[in-house]
Design a protein around this ligand. Structure first.
Ligand SMILES: [Zn+2]
Ligand SMILES: [Zn+2]
Length: 183
């Protein structure tokens, strides 16, 4: 099957590893999010720059364990004040792969934790793509206590208090005050 040359580093030769149980292989890949096919949801941060993947594969007797550490740099707008926000999400994912033929020979045992591989090569593209899309921050904040933009006058309340009274607490205080009056 044709594969973009840029995605080739996300392949691991499973057959070669399975020939020597205990064998380990480390590699790395740097891939463009568009080439990888990452689609971000509405309101989710956007990916910026290449996605870095550190791959470590270990061969067992009949399966290969692949440990990936993915670094995805992202950029977005604070959901409260719209200031630009950026960060790097580091995600670790461990998957197990086995030849599809071996899975069938094992008496149709449907092992949800092991991915059956057709052919010789493990393709980490779906694993990396899905992990990045799931873990990318939704609706980021510039800081956990961002004051946001005033809904009345539009001032960025992080830089200057505007004096508008948008105190939702008022009603609750009023209820407390009336309780105290009853006493
Ligand atoms: Zn903010
Ligand atoms: Zn205001």
């Amino acid at each position: 099957m044709a594969i973009s040359p840029e995605l080739r580093p996300l392949r691991v030769n499973m057959v070669e590893l399975l020939r020597q149980p205990g064998a380990e292989r480390s590699s790395s890949a740097s891939v463009d999010p568009d080439v990888l096919g990452c689609i971000v949801a509405e309101g989710q941060a956007s990916l910026r720059g290449p996605i870095e993947v550190a791959i470590h594969a270990v061969s067992g007797t009949d399966e290969v364990e692949v440990d990936c550490v993915i670094e995805a740099a992202w950029i977005g707008d604070c959901r409260r004040c719209l200031a630009p926000v950026s960060g790097v999400e580091t995600i670790r994912v461990v998957e197990h792969f086995r030849p599809a033929v071996a899975s069938r020979d094992a008496g149709q045992r449907d092992d949800a934790d092991v991915i059956a591989v057709e052919g010789d090569q493990i393709d980490l593209v779906p694993t990396v793509r899905e992990t990045v899309m799931i873990e990318l921050p939704m609706a980021p904040l510039c800081s956990p206590d961002c004051a946001g933009i005033c809904p009345i006058c539009g001032t960025d309340r992080n830089s200057a208090p505007c004096g508008c009274s948008v105190e939702i607490r008022d009603e609750r205080w009023a209820a407390l005050d009336s309780l105290r009056l009853d006493e």
